[in-house]
Design a protein around this ligand. Structure first.
Ligand code: SF4
Length: 529
């Protein structure tokens, strides 16, 4: 495999060859563990990466799904327009709550604003948003030119906050910061900790949790909520899918933070641990066996006989409902292979669901994950921050004198640390099969060549890759937008995913990709007059 990969990379100039080699690992159980991979470093110019920008990570991913906030893009129209409704984070309004998910708010900067500054226009846009929508919160997200022309969006936010009596928070998430969407996640996490979380007070119940890093794509969050509520958990705050800023204010009251996407939200998990004493638990609600494991891990944390019993009863009930359908789809999927290239967590999460369906993952990679997502958090002390990420603030928080609590005894904590992923994530590579490929920041050329090399039955990636794969005759399933289907999480989601994969594999058009005259004998004749 290594030689074949070298052959693909040989096409690059020497410096690019050297660079890209460090981003590719062939899982080898006999090698020194953990195997290291280069990640979260700048993309090579001109290589046709799949990556997006810091603004996309902040506005598009973390803040955008909060349905009761006006998320105002300060910039020319493109950034706001292209993030308008393209991520399928759904939201359902309760009572008279605001739901602004269908809107796109932008200051639509023009040439004169770049020349003379856009602060006045920003203030005017906030005023208009307050007049029309009467929101309790406005988030301002900066785009590339904002930092370059020196607009002080934080001063405008402060002034507007005082004048309109609502929360206005600015995020300096200009697209050129960091190397990918990842910097934007970090900036959004910092802003929510600084300005929102811990600013409200309410009483919560015995089994209270926050669901973090779940984006409710295609309704995933709703399926997870359904299961958790059926067991008896109280979800205090959802960050951010189907979440509200109002609920986020009370997040510090919950007993435990439950983290689905480690990459985008681990900063909040860590900072809440330091500030409020809450532990976080890494879960995975994608896949049947992983959902069961996550529910059991969760019950272990609370360690309550009632909760254990309810957990097992719900698991049994859910399995009874889905097993006949899953078995049917499994017959179609079993024995197939998959290649996964997704943002910062799904390339790991979906391996579990594929395994449930009898599909082997032969390649997995991330656009913007860091080494800890690949190798596990134990490598965190060895990761050196480079110049490209130094402009992302590492927020230091202190224990909150009023709200800091200790939830577990020292002994109990030590015991649980060995049993579940408590304040820890062991990464993707460890769970992958020997000989499988791991590639960071996969680009267009490598995608085409590696698909030819591995010939997977299924390629899971995003919209930019989908039709490249289809034209090569490989079924491609989008794991960002779910191809407008879903939910895929939890028990019922697993059935929908299995159905979609089975449908894709069985689509009759795959048999029509090669024209018959390339595989069948041609009847030849000559014209006789
Ligand atoms: S890179 Fe800059 S211009 Fe492009 S979408 Fe991001 S913020 Fe907007």
């Amino acid at each position: 495999m290594k030689q074949k990969l070298d052959k693909i990379l040989e096409k690059y100039p020497a410096a690019v060859f050297k660079n890209r080699k460090q981003h590719i690992v062939v899982k080898d159980d006999s090698a020194e563990q953990p195997q290291t991979i280069a990640a979260n470093v700048r993309t090579i110019p001109g290589i046709i990466t799949n990556r997006g920008c810091c603004y996309a990570g902040c506005k598009g991913v973390v803040l955008g799904p909060l349905r009761d906030a006006v998320v105002l893009t300060h910039g020319p129209i493109g950034c706001g327009y292209y993030t308008w409704g393209t991520r399928r984070n759904k939201g359902r309004t309760k009572g008279d709550e605001l739901n602004l998910l269908a809107y796109c708010f932008s200051t639509d900067l023009q040439e004169s604003d770049i020349v003379f500054g856009g602060e006045k226009k920003l203030y005017q846009a906030i005023r208009e948003a307050v007049d029309i929508f009467k929101p309790k919160t406005i988030f301002i997200c900066a785009t590339c030119p904002v930092g370059l022309i020196g607009d002080d969006i934080h001063a405008v936010a402060l002034r507007a906050q005082k004048e309109f009596g609502i929360k206005v928070v600015a995020f300096s998430c200009e697209g050129y910061k960091g190397v990918s969407q990842s910097g934007g996640h970090h900036i959004a996490n910092n802003g929510l900790i600084k300005h929102i979380i811990g600013t409200g007070e309410k009483a919560v119940g015995k089994y209270s949790i926050n669901l973090l890093g779940e984006y409710n794509i295609g309704g995933d969050g709703w399926e997870i909520e359904r299961i958790l509520k059926k067991i008896g958990y109280e979800i205090v705050a959802l960050i951010p899918g189907n979440g509200t800023v109002e609920d986020l204010k009370y997040a510090h009251k919950a007993t435990l933070n439950v983290i689905q996407c480690h990459r985008s939200i681990n900063y909040i998990g860590d900072m809440m641990r330091t500030k409020y004493g809450q532990d976080w638990l890494k879960v995975n609600f994608i896949g049947i066996s992983s959902t069961i494991k996550s529910l059991r891990d969760l019950a272990r944390y609370f360690d309550d006989p009632d909760l254990y019993a309810r957990t097992e009863a719900v698991i049994a009930e859910e399995l009874e409902e889905i097993t006949p359908q899953i078995e049917e789809y499994r017959k179609i999927c079993k024995g197939k292979t998959a290649a996964l290239f997704v943002g910062g967590s799904r390339a790991h999460h979906y391996q579990h669901l594929f395994k449930d369906l009898g599909v082997e993952t032969v390649l997995a990679g991330y656009e913007f994950a860091h080494r800890d997502d690949y190798e596990g958090r134990e490598v965190l002390p060895t990761i050196k921050e480079d110049g490209d990420s130094k402009n992302i603030e590492n927020l230091e928080v202190e224990p909150d004198p009023k709200h800091y609590r200790i939830f577990l005894s020292k002994e109990k904590y030590e015991q649980l640390k060995n049993e579940i992923q408590l304040n820890d994530y062991t990464g993707m590579i460890r769970e992958m099969k020997n000989g499988s490929l791991v590639i960071d920041d996969l680009n267009h050329y490598e995608t085409e060549e590696i698909l030819k090399l591995l010939k997977p039955d299924i390629f899971c990636s995003g919209i930019k890759d989908k039709y490249v794969a289809h034209k090569a005759g490989i079924f491609s399933k989008q794991l960002h937008s779910y191809d407008y289907s879903g939910p895929y999480a939890g028990f019922r989601g697993a059935v929908i995913f299995a159905r979609d994969i089975a449908m894709g594999l069985k689509t009759p058009s795959w048999k029509l990709v090669t024209p018959p005259w390339k595989t069948q004998p041609i009847i030849e004749g000559s014209y006789v007059c």
